[in-house]
Write a protein that binds this ligand. Structure first.
Ligand code: PEP
Ligand code: MG
Length: 900
C-alpha cells in the first residue's frame, strides 16, 4: 500500500531533513528536529505526492488516505495522551502548508483545530482559563470560515469590532470569555446563513476541511504568481503538516517568537529575533502588538533563553546554514515549531557565505552555491526604500509591465527622446516613456533615469540597450496607453493619467510603475562580495566577456570583472557620440547620407565621413580592454532603422544633405520590407554594399594599429553577423582580409586578428562544419537564433508569451525563451553547431553574445556544451561569473553522487 502520511513525535520520525521533496521544507525540518532530540510537538505530514495525486485526479484523494489519516490521528492521540474533541482535555492541532521551496505567506494555515462546543469546555477546564479557551475557539472558527469556506474576513472582523464596542473595550486582551463566546455564536450563525449548513462540530470533518483548504491554496492565484516570479518549478505540490498545538497565550509564563541564527540583514554572527509574551504566532505576524528583542527573553526567562541558544548552535551546525526558527513557550516549556533556511538580504548572503567558509562550517565551493544571481543584481541597483509603507506604495501603482532591467528609478515623464535630452541638459531627472524605442532614441535613453515602453519583450531594443547600461527598464506595459500627441499616458485598468512632467517611479525588478517620486536607496556594497567573487573566479572554467559598444561601457565592464568584449554592436555608434555628444548629429547625418546615396561613389563619400568616428570609438574600446580580446561585429540592422519615416523629418534631412525630399522619401520607401527581421540585414548588407564592410574593417584595423603603436595590447576579432552559408562567409572573409592585411602590411607590424561569424540562423548551425572551414570563431547570437528557430518575434511575442508560460493557462514553456535559453530546441542546434564546427576546426573558439549570456541557467548550459566564453552586458558580468563557477561545482557534486 502506498504511504501518503509520515509521523513524527516522541524522538522518532518517518523521514528526515533531506526529505524536502516529499515532506516539504517544514515537514522535513520537523522530522529532523524531532530526530536530533529537540523539543518538537508531535504530528504527521501528508506528503507532497498526496497533493500531486489530488490535482492529477480531479481534486480527489487517494483511496488509502482516509485509513492512514485515522491511524496517524490515533498515534498522535497516543503520544500526546489527549484525544481530538475530548470534552475533558482535548487534543488540538494546527494544520499548515509547506512545500519543498519556501513560499512565505502564500499558502494557508489553520490553528486550534479540534475545538467545538464541548471540547472548548474541556480546554477551559484543563487550562483553568475560560477566557483563553473561548479566545482560542473564536480564532479557530474565524480561520475556518475564511480559509476553508472562503468567507469574507472583513465581515467577521466587523462582528468582532461591533462586539468590542458593545462591551466598551479596545484591546482584544480585555475581552472577557463571555464576549468571545458570544462572538463564536455570531460567527456560527453567519456560517449557517452563508453556507446553508451548521458549522462542523466533528473534529475529523474539520480536519478534512482544513486539509482540502491547504491543498487548494497551492493553486491559489498568489501562490502561482509567487512561483512564477521566483522561478520555482518542478515541485509536486505542498505537504500538509498536522501538529499538536502548544499555546503561547496562556499567560505571562508563555509566549512565542521568531529567531535567526545570524542577523539576516547584515549577516553578523549574532542571535537575532523577536519575542512576544502571552501571544500566539499569528499575533507576531499580524503586528497587533510590538514584540521585544530576543535579549529581553534572556531576562524574562533565562532558562528558556539558554535552551534556545543551545538549539541555535545545534541547528546551525546541523544544517550548516543560517536558520530561521519559530518557537513557542507554553508555561515555561520551550517548543520548536519550525526551522528553515533563513531568507536574508543580498549583503548578508555574501557575509554569511564567506564567514561560514572561513569558519570551515562549509567549503568555499558551497559558499559559491549559496549566492543567487538575484543577490548580485540587488547589490548594484537602487531600490525603493523598504521603509515606505507597502499600502501607501500599492495605492500609487499605475500599471505593470515586463521587468526588463532591475533597480528603481525616479524622474519626470518625457514622451520623446529629444525632449528627454533637453530636459536632462537643464538638470532635470527624466523617465523616458515610449510605445517602443528605436536606435533614434538612444540619446534620450542615455540621459534618462529609467525607460518605460508599452510594447516589446526582454530582448526588444529598449531592453537590450538599457541592460547594457544597467539602467532601470520596464517594457511591454501593454495596459498603459501612450498618446504622443497629448503627451499623456493613461492606465487602462484604473484610469490614472500621467502628463508630461509628472513624477514617476519605476521598479524595474518587479516591473511596476508608480505615480510620484518615491524615495530610493542604494544598498551598501559588502566587503564579502570581493572575497566570494575571488573564489568564483578561481573555480570557473569559462571566460566571461561583455557586450559593450562604447569605451565607457567597456571600462565599466572591466570593473565588473569582464575579460574582453564578446560583442561590440557597431551600429549603436552610428547614432550617438558618447564622448562628444555635441558631435552625435554629424554621425547621424553621415550614416543617413550613406543610406540615401544612390550611387556607390556617393556612398563611399558618406562612409569616409563616418570612418574617423568609428576609428576613435575603437581606439577607446581597445584601450579599455588592453590585453583582452575584442569582438567587433560589422553592420547588422536593416537600414530603414536609421532614416526618418515622417515627412517633416525627411524634409529636414533632405535640406541638410542638399538633395530633394522626394529622393529621401523614395529611398526610405525602397527600404520598406514586409519582414525586416528576415530581410536585408546582417551580412546581407555587406554582400550588396561591400564598401560598408571595407570602411568598418579599415576603422577597426587602423585603430588597432594606432593602439599597437601606443603599446596597448590589441586582439581584434572581426565578426560577420547573420551568416547562413559558407560561400557567403567566404566572400566576406576574403573582403575583410584584403583590407586588413593591406593596412597591416603598410604599417610594417605584426598584428594578429581573427575573422569569425555569429550563428544566428538555424541553417548556420546546421552547416556549422562547412562554415567553420572559413570562420575562426563562432559566437551564438541567441536572440536571433531563438527568434528564427522558434518563429517567435523577439519584439512583440511578449504579448502572448505569458500565456505560454502561465502554469494555469498553457504552461508550454517554463520561462521566457528570450530570457532563459530554450535548451531543448535552440540548445540542440547549439550543441550540434559546436560539435560539428569543431570537427572541422578542433580549436574553434566558441562563445555566446545573445542576452542569454547574462542569464545564470543559460550560462550553465553554455558550460555544459563546451563553450570557451560567454558575453553579457556589463552589469550582468558578475552574474555570469557566478553561474560559470556554480556549474563547475554542481557538475562535480553530480559526478561524486554518481560514483557513490
Ligand atoms: C543576437 O541575435 O543574439 C545578437 C546578439 O544580436 P542582436 O541582438 O544585435 O540582433
Ligand atoms: Mg542578432
Amino acid at each position: 500500500m502506498k504511504k501518503w502520511v509520515y509521523f513524527f513525535g516522541a524522538g522518532k520520525a518517518e523521514g528526515d531533513g533531506t526529505w524536502r521533496d516529499l515532506l516539504g521544507g517544514k515537514g522535513a525540518g520537523l522530522a529532523e528536529m524531532t530526530k536530533i532530540g529537540l523539543p518538537v510537538p508531535a504530528g504527521f505530514t501528508l506528503s507532497t505526492e498526496t497533493c500531486d495525486y489530488f490535482y492529477k485526479n480531479g481534486k480527489k484523494y487517494p483511496s488509502e488516505l482516509k485509513k492512514q489519516i485515522a491511524e496517524n490521528v490515533a498515534k498522535l492521540e497516543k503520544v500526546t495522551k489527549k484525544k481530538l474533541g475530548d470534552p475533558k482535555n482535548p487534543l488540538l492541532v494546527s494544520v499548515r502548508s509547506g512545500s519543498a521551496r519556501s513560499m512565505p505567506g502564500m499558502m494557508e494555515t489553520i490553528l486550534n483545530l479540534g475545538l467545538n462546543d464541548k471540547s472548548v469546555e474541556g480546554l477551559a477546564h484543563a487550562t483553568k482559563n475560560d477566557r483563553f479557551a473561548y479566545d482560542a475557539y473564536r480564532r479557530f472558527v474565524q480561520m475556518y470560515c475564511t480559509v476553508v469556506m472562503g468567507m469574507s474576513k472583513e465581515d467577521l472582523e466587523h462582528r468582532l469590532r461591533a462586539m468590542k464596542q458593545r462591551l466598551g473595550v479596545k484591546e482584544d486582551t480585555a475581552v472577557p470569555a463571555s464576549g468571545w463566546k458570544e462572538l463564536v455564536a455570531e460567527y456560527k450563525a453567519y456560517f449557517n446563513e452563508k453556507n446553508g449548513s451548521a458549522f462542523p462540530e466533528d473534529p475529523m470533518e474539520q480536519l478534512w476541511g482544513a486539509i482540502g483548504a491547504v491543498f487548494g491554496s497551492w493553486m491559489a492565484e498568489k501562490a502561482v504568481t509567487y512561483r512564477r516570479v521566483e522561478k520555482i518549478t518542478g515541485l509536486l505540490g505542498t505537504a500538509v503538516n498536522v501538529m499538536q498545538m502548544v499555546f503561547g497565550n496562556t499567560g505571562d509564563n508563555s509566549g512565542t517568537g521568531v529567531c535567526f541564527t545570524r542577523d539576516p540583514s547584515s549577516g553578523e554572527k549574532t542571535f537575532y529575533g523577536d519575542y512576544l509574551s502571552n501571544a500566539q504566532g499569528e499575533d507576531v505576524v499580524a503586528g497587533i502588538r510590538t514584540p521585544v528583542h530576543l535579549t529581553e527573553l534572556s531576562k524574562l526567562m533565562p532558562k528558556v533563553y539558554g535552551q534556545l541558544e543551545k538549539v541555535r548552535v545545534k541547528l546551525e551546525k546541523h544544517y550548516r546554514d543560517m536558520q530561521d526558527m519559530e518557537f513557542t513557550v507554553e508555561e515555561g516549556v520551550l517548543y520548536m515549531l519550525q526551522t528553515r533556511t533563513g531568507k536574508r538580504t543580498p549583503a548578508a548572503t555574501f557575509k554569511i557565505a564567506m564567514d561560514m567558509a572561513n569558519e570551515k562550517l562549509i567549503t568555499k565551493e558551497e559558499a559559491i552555491l549559496r549566492v543567487k544571481p538575484e543577490d548580485i543584481e540587488r547589490l548594484f541597483y537602487p531600490v525603493i526604500d523598504p521603509k515606505v509603507d507597502k499600502k501607501t506604495l500599492s495605492a500609487k501603482i499605475i500599471g505593470h509591465g515586463i521587468n526588463a532591467v532591475p533597480g528603481a528609478a525616479v524622474g519626470k515623464a518625457c514622451f520623446t527622446a529629444h525632449e528627454a535630452e533637453e530636459w536632462a541638459a537643464k538638470g532635470e531627472k527624466v523617465i523616458l516613456v515610449r510605445r517602443e524605442t528605436s536606435p533614434e532614441d538612444v540619446g534620450g535613453m542615455a540621459v534618462a533615469q529609467g525607460i518605460l515602453t508599452a510594447t516589446g519583450g526582454k530582448t526588444s531594443h529598449a531592453a537590450v540597450v538599457a541592460r547594457g547600461w544597467g539602467k532601470c527598464c520596464i517594457v511591454g506595459a501593454e495596459t498603459l496607453e501612450i498618446d504622443y500627441k497629448t503627451k499623456t499616458m493613461t492606465a487602462s485598468k484604473n484610469g490614472k493619467v500621467v502628463k508630461e512632467g509628472d513624477w514617476l517611479t519605476l521598479d524595474g525588478s518587479e516591473g511596476t510603475v508608480y505615480a510620484d517620486a518615491q524615495p530610493l536607496v542604494t544598498p551598501e556594497f559588502p566587503k564579502a562580495y570581493q572575497t566570494v567573487m575571488k573564489w568564483v573566479d578561481e573555480t570557473r572554467k569559462m571566460r566571461v566577456r561583455t557586450n559593450a559598444d562604447t569605451p565607457q561601457d567597456a571600462r565599466k565592464a572591466i570593473e565588473f570583472g569582464a575579460e574582453g568584449i564578446g560583442l561590440c554592436r557597431t551600429e549603436h555608434m552610428f547614432f550617438t557620440d558618447f564622448e562628444h555628444p555635441e558631435q552625435s548629429h554629424n554621425r547621424q547625418l553621415a550614416i543617413q547620407e550613406m543610406i540615401v546615396a544612390e550611387t556607390q561613389e556617393a556612398r563611399v563619400k558618406a562612409l569616409d565621413k563616418l570612418l574617423p568616428y568609428q576609428r576613435r570609438d575603437f581606439v577607446g574600446i581597445f584601450q579599455a580592454m588592453d590585453g583582452f580580446p575584442v569582438t567587433i561585429r560589422l553592420i547588422e540592422p536593416p537600414l530603414h532603422e536609421f532614416v526618418p519615416h515622417e515627412r517633416e523629418k525627411q524634409a529636414q534631412l533632405a535640406k541638410e544633405l542638399g538633395i530633394s525630399v522626394e529622393t529621401v522619401a523614395r529611398r526610405v520607401e525602397q527600404l520598406h520590407e514586409a519582414n525586416p527581421m528576415l530581410g536585408h540585414r546582417g551580412c546581407r548588407l555587406s554582400i550588396t554594399y561591400p564598401e560598408i564592410l571595407e570602411m568598418q574593417v579599415r576603422a577597426i584595423i587602423e585603430a588597432a594599429i594606432e593602439c599597437h603603436k601606443g603599446r596597448v595590447k590589441v586582439l581584434p576579432e572581426i565578426m560577420i553577423p547573420l551568416t547562413l552559408d559558407k560561400k557567403e562567409m567566404s566572400i566576406l572573409e576574403q573582403a575583410t582580409r584584403r583590407v586588413a592585411d593591406k593596412l597591416i602590411k603598410e604599417a610594417g607590424i605584426k598584428l594578429p586578428y581573427l575573422v569569425g561569424t555569429m550563428i544566428e540562423l538555424p541553417r548556420a548551425a546546421l552547416l556549422a562544419a562547412e562554415i567553420a572551414e572559413v570562420a575562426e570563431f563562432f559566437s551564438f547570437g541567441t536572440n536571433d537564433l531563438t527568434q528564427t528557430t522558434m518563429g517567435l518575434s523577439r519584439d512583440d511575442a511578449g504579448r502572448f508569451l505569458p500565456d505560454y508560460v502561465d502554469e494555469k493557462k498553457a504552461g508550454v514553456f517554463a520561462g521566457d525563451p528570450f530570457q532563459t535559453l530554450d535548451t531543448k530546441g535552440v540548445g540542440m542546434l547549439m550543441r550540434w553547431g559546436i560539435e560539428n564546427g569543431r570537427k572541422t576546426r578542433p580549436k574553434l573558439k566558441v562563445g555566446i553574445c545573445g542576452e542569454h549570456g547574462g542569464d545564470a541557467d543559460s550560462v550553465k548550459f553554455c558550460h555544459e556544451i563546451g563553450m570557451d566564453y560567454v558575453s553579457a552586458s556589463p552589469f550582468r558580468v558578475p552574474i555570469s561569473r557566478l553561474a560559470a563557477a556554480q556549474v563547475v561545482v554542481e557538475s562535480k557534486q553530480k559526478a561524486a553522487k554518481k560514483k557513490k
